[in-house]
Design a protein around this ligand. Structure first.
Ligand SMILES: NC(=O)c1ccc[n+]([C@@H]2O[C@H](COP(=O)([O-])OP(=O)(O)OC[C@H]3O[C@@H](n4cnc5c(N)ncnc54)[C@H](OP(=O)(O)O)[C@@H]3O)[C@@H](O)[C@H]2O)c1
Length: 319
């Protein structure tokens, strides 16, 4: 079969022949229909992600480890559970029992392949318990996950939505998705702290954070009360690290600011079924729009190196 193979750390996947996979008992052979290429996949290939070691040890290897495929009887399923060197960027994958689930009717394979990213937006409810009327700040709102999170905040009944990004045109487009105010994070530190304070209204209740790094460092600074007052709770959900994987957190940003930090995984398994069903319902009704750009597996080298797909998820499909 054909697959996209990476030969060395940081390499560009090459479309070429590999051995056909042979499922054994307890495994299923799926024909791959759609595979999302996300930042985490690029970081694993680059060797910069904390989960990159097994992939790097298995080189040459096929990247990406989840997607959408068809079983022998034609059922469309979402799959995961595959391990290096056998990634999803291939014509077929062998998936262990229990690592696939049917895709609901009415969802296209390429859209189905992006549902996991949409689910991250649901962390404002599953991890942070968002209530209707609360104020939500989406950090990194011009990206794929962030644009979905802005829409999800609106659909969940947020009272005010503030969205951050670096590109003026992309930020302007967020009003159509439901943002009430936007913040350009590319300004100076002092200006950014002021912008977070000015846009907060009655204060942020929930922050969905795809950035971390400098913008979140400045947000923490902005949350510090300027008097001896005690700040109201701000439930920050850590989801991504597009702006950096670490920053220095001053004690004063925690002591009285109200800042509470949760991982996106908090309550995720307990809330997953409901979150998934809700996202599927919104996608089917057209209330939640997922921007997808598809390219065929044979053009993986070109697709992998694209840098122009801001806000749109690259999904690799069969030729
Ligand atoms: N935990 C999960 O399950 C999960 C799922 C999906 C994504 N994520 C993570 O969430 C993050 C965003 O994912 P995505 O798919 O939305 O990526 P994306 O489409 O590439 O978007 C990245 C976002 O971060 C911004 N950004 C990038 N570098 C920045 C910097 N140095 N300073 C300030 N802003 C910066 C981008 O702004 P511009 O538009 O200006 O470039 C954009 O808003 C990634 O870290 C990803 O790994 C996690």
């Amino acid at each position: 079969m054909k697959a996209a193979v990476v030969d060395h750390r940081g390499g560009v996947p090459e479309y070429r022949d590999v051995d056909d996979p042979n499922p054994v008992e307890g495994q299923a052979l799926l024909r791959v229909e759609a595979v999302p290429v996300e930042n985490v996949d690029r970081a694993i290939v680059a060797g910069t992600h904390y989960t990159a070691a097994p992939f790097q040890a298995a080189l040459p290897a096929v990247p990406c480890f989840d997607g959408v495929g068809r079983t022998a009887d034609g059922t469309l399923v979402g799959f995961g559970g595959i391990e290096p060197p056998h990634g999803a960027l291939a014509e077929y994958v062998v998936v262990p029992e229990g690592h696939w689930a049917p895709i609901p009717d009415g969802i296209e394979p390429s859209t189905a392949a992006t549902l996991a990213t949409a689910i991250t937006g649901m962390s404002m409810k599953t991890a942070a318990g968002l209530q209707p009327g609360e104020t939500v700040l989406v950090q990194g709102a011009t990206g794929v996950a962030g644009r979905l999170a802005v829409q999800i905040a609106r659909l969940l009944g947020a009272g005010r939505i503030v969205a951050t990004g670096r590109d003026a045109a992309a930020l302007a487009s967020l009003a159509d998705l439901g943002a009430d105010a936007v913040i350009d994070t590319s300004v100076s530190d002092d200006d950014l702290v002021r912008a977070y304070r000015d846009a907060a209204g009655d204060g942020y209740d929930v922050v969905v954070d795809f950035l971390w790094g400098r913008p979140t460092r400045m947000l923490c600074e902005a949350l510090i009360p300027e008097t001896f007052a005690i700040g109201k709770p701000v439930r920050l959900v850590q989801v991504g690290e597009a702006a950096g994987d670490a920053f220095e957190l001053p004690a004063r940003a925690v002591r009285t600011s109200g800042l509470e930090i949760y991982g996106a995984a908090r309550n995720l398994m307990a809330g997953m079924a409901d979150a998934y069903a809700q996202v599927v319902e919104w996608v089917r009704s057209g209330e939640l729009v997922i921007d997808v750009t598809t390219m065929p597996l044979s053009r993986i080298a070109e697709a992998w190196q694209r840098t122009d797909l801001r806000g749109s998820r690259l999904v690799i499909v069969p030729d």
